[in-house]
Ligand binder design. Structure first.
Ligand SMILES: *[C@@H]1O[C@H](CO)[C@@H](O)[C@H](O)[C@H]1NC(C)=O
Ligand SMILES: *[C@@H]1O[C@H](CO)[C@@H](O)[C@H](O)[C@H]1NC(C)=O
Ligand SMILES: *[C@@H]1O[C@H](CO)[C@@H](O)[C@H](O)[C@H]1NC(C)=O
Ligand SMILES: *[C@@H]1O[C@H](CO)[C@@H](O)[C@H](O)[C@H]1NC(C)=O
Ligand SMILES: *[C@@H]1O[C@H](CO)[C@@H](O)[C@H](O)[C@H]1NC(C)=O
Length: 512
């Protein structure tokens, strides 16, 4: 069925054999036409066409006469076609038009006299450098306005005053240096001005944005979080700015705020975050925090405080965080991790502690952990008591530590272990390490073993797959097998050779 369809599309693309479908276009049954590599807007389209999609064409100029017969057109999308200008009133008479997208062209201004029924206007990736109030006149039904990656340098209320129904305003990637308030957009839910040049947000910007839920100013030069944010906010992003302090007192009216993103700023301390009682996600990566925040919101589910200067993790830091699921503390300088520090976090499934200064695996970690990353620390051994409670553990990363031997009992106590990363450690490839290899193999764990550092004659051998060590240790392995009558015998050579696992240790933090 799909093949047949693809064949038909190809046929119509190549020679326009469908008499109603213009050349270089494909037409499907729901009055939708898609065209590529055109030099003009197709003229012979059926007047019932609802959707016209043109991309990768050369159409410098659009004019009224190109659309006169499109009486039913609802969506017009013109992508990457080098369009520089649009004649006045070109779209004015298209009373059925709901969506107009002119992405990746060379427009220097918003097309004039847009039709009143328009709901979606996307002009991303053009060279529009200024907005006028008249650009959007009469667009009282417009819900979505996207002007990402243009050259707009200022935004003021008069430009947007007609847009009474606007729900989403995307102005990312411009050169906006100033915004003036109040923006009177009573239905606006999403507003994004990422990657602009804002230094200051005027206090009155939000006074008439009483529905705003998602706000992003990431990638600007802000030194302060605006104090007048609307209390309807659910998510606030101010990453990659120049924040030095966050005054949570000024934010405590944001009672529904659940997501706060403050990574890549210059924060050296966080105090009062508990005032945001409904916060579930807090991201503070790449700041200069030297200690964990004193009191954190009790409903927190995800805390990312990686890439800071944290030295200690204590039970006091986490005593209230019973809902915490994901904790990222990687790339800090943690050398002290109090035993049982996370015992109260009875939902914790993900703990990232890689690239710290730990000398051993923290004791009494919560038994709910599914993933534990300890890569790049200075851990010297794996003890049974450190891992014995981790019955849910699926991924354990101990790459690049200082471990030379494996305690078999420690690994036998991890019933759900699927991935184990052990490479980059100075393995002492004794025959007892080879026994550990057999146990892991029997469990079906996917292991990255790495290379032997000792004894001298085995240096550089890969201990999970080396036939040489296997041969040398064979008598030892047999011996133990004979002594344990309950275990079934298996000659190592009979096993299929080990698969070389090409995965990296990248994994999503949401695992089942
Ligand atoms: C628009 O229509 C005019 C004639 O009405 C034609 O000359 C021109 O090529 C058309 N332009 C495009 C881009 O289709
Ligand atoms: C297009 O419209 C603008 C204002 O609506 C006007 O200033 C301009 O002269 C018009 N251009 C043409 C070619 O009619
Ligand atoms: C917070 O969320 C609740 C439930 O969705 C809603 O009823 C309430 O109006 C919201 N509060 C504010 C200030 O928006
Ligand atoms: C948390 O949000 C709920 C609605 O989602 C709201 O009713 C409640 O007041 C908020 N809690 C606090 C402490 O602000
Ligand atoms: C490797 O283990 C053997 C046996 O336990 C021990 O004698 C030897 O010193 C160890 N080598 C290194 C480099 O630790």
């Amino acid at each position: 069925m799909h093949l047949l369809y693809a064949f038909l599309v190809l046929l119509s693309l190549s020679d326009g054999s469908d008499p109603h479908c213009p050349g270089r276009c494909s037409c499907d049954s729901v009055q939708s036409v898609q065209c590529y590599r055109l030099t003009e807007v197709p003229s012979g389209l059926p007047s019932t066409t609802k959707k016209l999609y043109i991309s990768h064409s050369k159409i410098q100029h659009l004019q009224l006469s190109n659309f006169t017969r499109m009486l039913a057109l609802e969506d017009f999308i013109l992508l990457a076609s080098g369009t520089e200008s649009v004649e006045n009133d070109t779209f004015k008479t298209l009373s059925t038009l709901k969506t107009l997208e002119l992405w990746k062209n060379k427009l220097r201004r918003v097309p004039r006299a847009l039709p009143a029924n328009l709901e979606v206007l996307k002009l991303n990736d053009n060279s529009i450098y200024v907005l006028h109030g008249s650009d959007f006149e009469g667009l009282t039904k417009l819900k979505t306005l996207e002007l990402k990656n243009n050259l707009i340098s200022a935004v003021s209320p008069s430009m947007l005053s007609s847009l009474a129904s606007l729900q989403s305003l995307m102005l990312d990637g411009n050169t906006i240096e100033s915004v003036a308030g109040p923006l009177a957009l009573p239905h606006l839910k999403h507003m994004s001005m990422e990657n602009n040049k804002l230094r200051i947000i005027p206090a009155n910007l939000f006074t008439s944005l009483q529905s705003l839920q998602f706000l992003s100013f990431s990638g600007n030069f802000l030194t302060k979080i605006p104090v007048t944010l609307p209390k309807s906010l659910l998510s606030l992003k101010i990453e990659r700015n120049q924040l030095k302090v966050v005054r949570f007192r000024d934010m405590k009216h944001l009672e529904n705020l659940s997501h706060l993103y403050l990574s890549e700023n210059s924060l050296s301390s966080i105090e009062g975050a508990q005032l945001l009682a409904n916060l579930t996600t807090l991201e503070l990566s790449q700041n200069q925090l030297q200690a964990l925040p004193l009191r954190l919101p009790a409903r927190l589910q995800k805390l990312d405080i990686s890439n800071n200067l944290i030295q200690r993790v204590t039970a006091q830091d986490f005593q209230d965080l019973r809902d915490l699921k994901h904790l990222f503390l990687d790339n800090n300088i943690v050398s002290l991790f109090e035993a049982g520090a996370l015992q109260r976090c009875s939902q914790l499934s993900n703990l990232a502690l890689e690239q710290n200064l730990l000398l051993s695996i923290p004791l009494r970690l919560p038994g709910t952990l599914a993933r534990l990353d300890l890569k790049g620390n200075a851990i010297q051994d794996i003890a049974e008591r450190e891992l014995k409670d981790l019955k849910q553990l699926q991924v354990l990363n101990l790459r690049n530590n200082k471990i030379s031997a494996l305690d078999l009992k420690a690994l036998e106590g991890l019933p759900r272990l699927r991935h184990l990363y052990l490479d980059g450690n100075p393995w002492n490839c004794t025959c007892s390490l080879l026994r550990a290899r057999e146990v892991l193999k029997a469990k079906g764990t996917d292991v990255r073993g790495g290379q032997c550092a000792a004894p001298a004659e085995r240096q550089g051998e890969s201990w999970m797959s080396s036939k040489k060590i296997m041969r040398q240790c064979e008598p030892h392995l047999r011996l133990t097998e004979k002594s344990k009558e309950t275990k079934k015998k298996s000659k190592p050579e009979e096993h299929p050779s080990f698969r070389i696992n090409m995965d990296d240790d990248y994994y999503d933090y949401e695992i089942d």
